[in-house]
Each structure stands twice: as C-alpha cells, then as structure tokens.
Design a protein around this ligand. Structure first.
Ligand code: NAD
Length: 457
C-alpha cells in the first residue's frame, strides 16, 4: 500500500512538472511503446498461448495490430488533437474571441479485462499518454502470463513516474481504488463497473466504464444468407465467444430459422472452430466453464454442447427454440454458445430487447433499408454493424463504448484522447469596448435593450 501511495505521489509530482504537456515528449513515449511491443512480439504470442492457447495469428489480428494502429494514429494526429480549438463568440460578449484548450486530466488508473489482455490494457494507455496523462495500469490477473509480461515490458522500459504496471487481483484493485486518481478507465463486468464507479465517486473522479451485456444479432432476410452466416459465426466463435461485443444471441425470422441453423452448423465446421484447431482458444478458467455449462438446456442443443473442465474447452454450441425466459438469456454468455430465437413479429422482439438492459452492440443483417432504420432508430446500444458483426471495433474513426448498463464514455482514436482530456473553455475579451448595460444603474431602457440583445443571441 505504501509503495502504491508513493508511486501515485511520484506520478503526481511528474505530472505537475509539466513534462507530459510537451507533444514531443508524448510522441517519444508512444514511439518507445511501439518499439517495446515490436521487440517483444514473440514473447507476447507465447504468453497468451500459455494463458488460453490463443494463436499468434489471432493474437496479432485482434490485439497487436490494433495497438500498432492506435499508436501510429496517435503519433500522426496528437499535435492536432491537442491543439487549441477555435469556437464561436456570441453577441453578448462582443468584442472577443473564444477557444478551447484540451488539457490532460493528470494521474490515470487503467484497469483491464482478461479476454483481450493486451488490447484492453495497453490500448487505453496509448490514449492516456497521447493526451498527456501519467498511467498506473492494472491488467487482469486471470491470464497470469500476459499480466506478468505486460508488467515486465512496461516496467523495464518506462519511468514509473510516467507509466507503471501494478499487478494483482481484487485486493490490489481495491487498494488502488481507495486512492485518488484524476481519471479511472475500467474494462470489465457490469458488477465490478459499479464498484469502480462508487469508488470514483468518493473523489469525484471521472470514469470511462467499458462494460458488457447481451448483444443481439437480427437476421431479417436471406438475400445474402451465406455471407450473413459466415460473418456472424466468425464473430461469435472467435476467441471462443469471449468477446465483449460478440453477438450474444440471434433473432431470426421464423421462416428463415431452419435455413440459418443448418448453414451456421456447416459454417462452424468449415471454419474449423473445434478443439483440434489453432483458431479455437480455451475458456479462461474452470469457473467460467462451469458457468457456461449451467446455461445450456441440453434438450435444445442442435450442435456441440460438449465441454471438458480439465482442458478448459467448450465446444462451439448452437441451441435452438430458445425463448427470452431461458437460462441462457438471463446473463451475458461470454462463451461459445449461440442461442437462436425465431420471431414472427419484429415489433415484438424489438420490445423484448428494449425491456432489457441496453446492449453494448447490435447487429442487423438485411438488405431492407426500412427495417434497418427501424432497428437503428428504436433500439439504444453502444455501437454495431449492419451486415457484419464485431468489426466496428477495428475502425478507430468510430467511438467505441456502451450506453446504460453497457458502459459510460468511449475510446479509440481521437475519442480515446478525448476521454483522457479536459476541454478548457476560454473567452478572451478585448478591452477597447465595454457597454454599460450590465452595470448600475439598472434602468427600464437598459432592461428593454438587454431583452432585445438576448433575443438576438
Ligand atoms: P471483471 O469485472 O471480473 O474484471 C475486470 C477487472 O476488474 C480485472 O482487472 C479484475 O482484477 C478487477 N476486479 C475483479 N473483481 C473486482 C472487485 N471486486 N473489485 C475491484 N476490482 C475487481 O471482468 P472480466 O471477467 O475480466 O471481463 C469480462 C467482462 O468484461 C464481460 O462482461 C465483458 O463483456 C466485459 N468486457 C467489456 C469490454 C468493453 O470494451 N466494453 C471488453 C472486454 C470485456
């Protein structure tokens, strides 16, 4: 505890020295971070394979590549992001100019989740450093090899007063949360998100909460069924379904349901999402295997359903004839189980979705513009895709985040910079002119003029 306290004090002293305000300094740190990741690519592949058998191919495409893109983008654009922004000036303040100065918040705490351990911890740190903050990073303790490798490569290469990794589980995170930070960025479950939010409230610390939820996928026609199924199956079973924005369940027009299920099964086989293959990872721990096994109603399994606690493998599983009352529909699945719910009335299923917590994502597969607009208009969710699933996360021109129980705030690209910044508003007045209107005496004539001017604004 004493160590953590003095670490935060040293980061505060460093932040107050103004060093992180320099854009050149930020770029230098980001370049160093990229070099450190590049130099350790093989170690990063090995560590994640040791934790849950994620292959170098998948690790590169879903973790390292995203970090490189975020770093390169920040290096290229941070000067512009951090620059003064001109703003308009209203008539009441004439003559004056107005502008906004982005400034770093200060000492930030980033708490990561385990399912994409590099992207979800180092990704926010890139945004924090680009915005001129110092960083205390607490990766998830569950993938032990990645957690200790992240600590090793960051702590061996960065000044702890700027960027320090603190490893640990619940007790260590609780200790961190007892201390005062200027920003907390949390990725994880809704329940822990609440704990973080309450801890942040003690110091009125701003938060970004990247949480989870049940993300629906709508199949509304079969105009492009082969491509719908291909994309949806990949998005669901990649990382064995342990993706916060994975399509949690499918809502399919009743007349298309059998066709969808048949094609989904054949696509799982074609993509070789199976125990023997390098694109199929382990479930993170025994607790989660058992949690998943309790969700499945064995009478409704149409594909898969097998699992092995020791090897932590859960087969890709499809369950059919599911209703909103089934066990699998009561919590986020976060695993390779795909429930299929068929519907006759789109209005009815939209109402069912809206009666539940706002999802992190929503996916709409259709060529029908009206139906697409209807869903986009009626359902509130964090972000999503039309005719694809999960790929919006890879476009850093889009803010990534939830709404309601699926999260607060967003990041990626400039949105990450914004979430670690305060936008300081400045009105700079000229001194050559000062109307007497607001000063004593308050006459009836002044009141009339004042009302006229205020109406003009
Ligand atoms: P989690 O909430 O269990 O853990 C997240 C972090 O919180 C870890 O670093 C952990 O050490 C810490 N933690 C756990 N319990 C704590 C407690 N009682 N007090 C303080 N800290 C505590 O989540 P997880 O299992 O790592 O991740 C799964 C969840 O995260 C899913 O709900 C998923 O949807 C969500 N998620 C969201 C995103 C996103 O970007 N929105 C990304 C990945 C995962």
């Amino acid at each position: 505890m004493a160590d953590i306290k003095s670490l935060i004090e040293s980061q505060r002293v460093f932040f107050n020295s103004g060093k992180t305000k320099s854009i050149d300094f930020r770029i230098e740190q980001l370049k160093k971070l990229k070099r450190v990741i590049l130099d350790n690519e093989t170690n990063l592949h090995n560590a994640i394979f040791a934790d849950f058998k994620k292959s170098p191919f998948d690790n590169y495409s879903s973790e390292l590549a995203i970090l490189y893109i975020e770093i390169d983008n920040a290096i290229k654009k941070v000067k512009r992001w951090a620059g003064f922004k001109r703003a308009g000036t209203n008539l009441a303040n004439f003559p004056a100019k107005s502008y906004i100065i982005p400034e770093p918040l200060g000492v930030s705490l980033i708490i990561g989740a385990w399912n994409y351990p590099y992207q979800l911890s180092i990704g926010p740190a890139i945004a924090a450093i680009a915005a001129g903050n110092t960083v205390v990073l607490k990766p998830s303790e569950l993938p032990a090899h990645t957690s200790s490798l992240i600590a090793e490569i960051i702590n061996n290469n960065f000044d702890p007063a700027l960027f320090r990794v603190v490893e640990g589980g619940v007790p260590e995170t609780e200790e961190l949360l007892n201390l005062r930070f200027d920003k907390i960025f949390f990725t994880g479950s809704v329940n822990v998100g609440r704990i973080v939010y309450m801890a942040a409230a003690r110091h009125l610390t701003p938060v970004t909460l990247e949480l989870g939820g049940k993300s629906p996928a709508f199949i509304l026609d079969d105009a492009n069924m082969a491509i719908y199924v291909k994309r949806l199956v990949w998005a669901k079973f990649f990382n064995a379904g342990q993706t916060c924005i994975a399509p949690d369940y499918v809502l399919v027009q009743e007349s298309l349901k059998d066709k969808f299920v048949k094609m989904a099964i054949s696509e799982i086989k074609k993509e070789r999402f199976s125990v023997e293959n390098s694109n199929y990872v382990q479930i993170i721990n025994e607790r989660n295997i058992l949690r998943l096994s309790k969700m499945v109603d064995s009478a409704k399994i149409v594909f898969g359903g097998g699992f092995d606690v020791e090897s932590r493998i859960f087969e890709p599983t499809i369950i059919d004839n599911v209703s909103f009352d089934d066990a699998v529909m009561q919590e986020e699945i976060f695993g390779p189980i795909l429930p299929v719910i068929s519907f006759k009335s789109l209005d009815d299923v939209i109402r069912e979705v809206k009666e539940r917590e706002k999802p992190l994502s929503c996916y709409i597969f259709t060529v029908n513009k009206q139906l697409k607009r209807k869903i986009l208009n009626e359902i509130s969710f964090g972000g999503g895709c039309v005719n694809d699933a999960i790929m919006h996360v890879s476009n850093d021109y889009l803010p990534f985040g939830g709404v309601g129980e699926s999260g607060i705030g967003s990041y990626h690209g400039e949105y990450g910079f914004k979430s670690f910044s305060h936008y300081k508003s400045i009105l700079e007045k000229s001194t050559w002119f000062e109307p007497n209107l607001k000063y004593y005496p308050r006459t009836a004539l002044k009141f009339t003029i004042l009302k006229k001017i205020l109406k003009l604004m």
